[in-house]
Design a protein around this ligand. Structure first.
Ligand code: HEC
Ligand code: HEC
Ligand code: HEC
Ligand code: HEC
Ligand code: HEC
Ligand code: HEC
Length: 395
């Protein structure tokens, strides 16, 4: 399984490299125009002009060592991405090969080949390091935290996995994502010095609301040893969860679950709303002092889909969202949406980059592949009392 994943990763990597090389060539060529020789050499190479290339090289014996060296320097300058580096080195290699062929000096070629091998193995090491962490974020919303990995390893601890799903049983989003904790992975600087002051994880992991972040017996609960130890939905300990729910003013009633399992949607995501409708769960919104409870907004908004083929329109419920999320998370400084009807240009392409509805959907809430859940309205339909964000497109 591991090897297979690594293979996929490397294959993806390779195809991105090829793709970016094509995309890159125009941009890199512009940069390289500083040198006439360089530009001609690369053009000849791309258009396969072998005779012209040979002629060019024969004429350029004196300047070629300098050209090759400056190409290597450009390749290794720190602002270059891996793809850019490989592009420059590849052309330097071609120059050095011709130089060897015409003038018998192979020292440049040997040097470039060594650099190319080193760059490739560096990249491979990075790919292996990344694949090491694959399993850790296996469940929707599980977040790998390893900003301070060297310090953790120094204390014999592995990286942390924060499991959204387990916390979602007990708390609504606004409990933690009050305006001071951003919904962006890696944007909040977590550390034990904050925990000890009762902040961040320490707001709850303080031996009162939940286990203590400073308890030597509990380090492994967060700094997990093996990715498999991240709790799975199926491994949920109902009695323990029930007891905790009671302690934190939320509800967990496993008897309401069908055959004792969490309801999943077609994409394998937990159906949190169904959990509440069947009465199995009621997360608490306000266990922390800063999570002040706001008034809910009870409007429905219809987004008419603009597409060639008729496609179901989208129904957005302010109530469902404000039960869980503070107004400010979406509207403060127009952070995600401007709070005016029809003022946001929404599109699937944008969402897929993790913005607009995709800020939450696909990361923690149900994924964008669950089309029908958002596109739930017949084209042109308007439920009674709903606001319409954009006029229907003419048929
Ligand atoms: C118990 C606390 C807690 C609760 C409850 C909680 N979150 Fe989070 N959330 C976090 C933490 C911690 C992070 C990681 C932040 C970081 O890395 O800086 C996070 C990160 C996120 C991210 C960024 C994910 C990414 O991949 O970039 C999103 C989106 C998010 N949360 C949405 C939600 C939603 C939606 C809910 C409610 C359904 C929710 N959260 C409930 C603690 C919480
Ligand atoms: C409630 C979860 C939790 C528990 C329990 C926990 N940690 Fe951490 N720990 C974290 C998080 C979160 C970070 C920061 C993650 C990051 O750097 O991205 C962290 C960071 C660290 C760091 C890096 C430096 C620092 O102070 O932030 C060390 C060292 C560390 N933990 C050791 C321990 C030890 C030892 C224990 C047991 C006594 C422990 N942790 C228990 C969540 C926890
Ligand atoms: C709003 C309160 C709250 C906050 C904030 C919070 N947690 Fe938790 N966490 C809980 C509760 C409650 C549980 C359930 C465990 C229990 O029974 O106490 C839990 C359980 C966990 C578990 C599962 C441990 C196990 O083995 O069952 C991990 C891991 C964890 N939290 C990590 C974190 C990290 C890391 C942070 C900070 C980024 C954090 N939590 C912030 C309340 C919180
Ligand atoms: C999950 C994100 C989200 C949250 C949380 C949220 N909104 Fe909105 N809001 C939206 C979206 C999306 C629109 C539609 C904008 C458009 O039509 O382009 C909207 C539109 C509005 C509008 C204009 C339409 C209407 O309903 O009258 C107002 C006013 C508004 N929001 C106020 C609020 C207030 C007050 C809160 C908190 C109680 C809140 N919103 C919470 C996403 C959110
Ligand atoms: C989280 C909610 C959500 C999910 C899930 C979702 N969409 Fe959308 N979709 C929207 C919104 C909002 C719009 C913008 C409507 C508008 O033009 O104002 C939209 C627009 C579209 C459009 C119009 C053109 C465009 O690309 O923006 C098409 C087509 C579309 N969606 C298809 C799909 C398909 C197919 C899926 C499933 C793979 C899907 N959507 C999943 C919310 C969603
Ligand atoms: C700040 C986070 C956030 C943003 C942004 C967001 N949602 Fe949601 N949405 C949630 C949460 C949390 C739920 C509860 C279900 C879940 O967690 O899977 C939810 C549920 C839904 C539901 C299910 C409602 C039902 O009655 O079944 C729909 C539909 C939906 N969102 C559409 C949208 C659309 C469309 C947008 C963009 C206009 C959007 N959401 C933006 C967090 C968000």
């Amino acid at each position: 399984m591991k090897t297979f994943r690594l293979f996929i990763l490397l294959a993806t990597l390779l195809s991105t490299v090829t793709l970016s090389l094509t995309l890159l060539s125009t941009q890199a060529e512009a940069q390289m125009a500083s040198s006439q020789f360089r530009m001609k050499f690369i053009m000849n190479r791309r258009t396969n002009m072998l005779k012209q290339q040979e002629f060019l090289v024969k004429q350029s014996k004196d300047i070629m060592p300098g050209e090759i060296e400056s190409m290597i320097n450009d390749a290794l300058s720190p602002d270059k991405t891996f793809e850019e580096r490989m592009y420059f080195l590849d052309n330097a290699n071609a120059m050095a090969t011709m130089y060897k062929h015409e003038f018998g000096d192979d020292s440049f070629l040997a040097k470039i080949q060594t650099i190319q091998t080193m760059e490739l193995s560096k990249q491979e090491a990075e790919a292996i390091e990344q694949s090491r962490w694959f399993d850790y974020e296996g469940l929707r919303g599980s977040i790998l935290m390893k900003e301070h990995l060297p310090q953790m390893e120094e204390k014999g601890q592995n990286a942390v996995v924060y499991p959204h799903w387990l916390h979602q049983i007990f708390f609504t989003c606004k409990t933690c994502h009050a305006d001071n904790m951003s919904m962006k992975k890696g944007s909040n600087d977590f550390s034990h010095s904050e925990f000890k002051e009762g902040k961040q994880c320490g707001a709850c992991h303080n031996a009162k609301i939940s286990f203590d972040s400073e308890d030597p017996a509990r380090c492994d609960s967060c700094h997990i040893r093996e990715p498999q130890l991240v709790q799975r939905y199926a491994a949920i300990d109902h009695e323990a969860v029930k007891a905790t729910a009671l302690r934190v003013s939320s509800v967990w009633d496993p008897d309401k679950l069908e055959e004792g399992v969490m309801p999943l949607d077609a994409t394998g995501a937990v159906d949190w709303l169904k959990l509440e409708t069947i009465g199995a769960s009621k997360p608490s919104p306000s266990i922390l002092p800063e999570a002040a409870s706001e008034a809910l907004r009870d409007t429905f908004i219809v987004f008419r889909v603009k597409s060639e083929e008729p496609f179901n329109d989208v129904l957005f419920s302010h109530k469902v969202h404000t039960t869980r999320v503070n107004c400010g998370t979406c509207h403060a400084n127009n952070r995600i949406f401007k709070p005016e009807l029809g003022s946001n240009k929404l599109s699937m392409a944008e969402m897929a980059t993790g913005t607009q509805c995709g800020t939450c959907h696909g990361k923690v809430s149900f994924p964008l592949t669950n089309c029908q859940r958002c596109h739930s309205l017949k084209p042109g339909a308007t439920p009674k009392g709903a606001l319409v964000a954009a006029p229907a497109t003419a048929k």
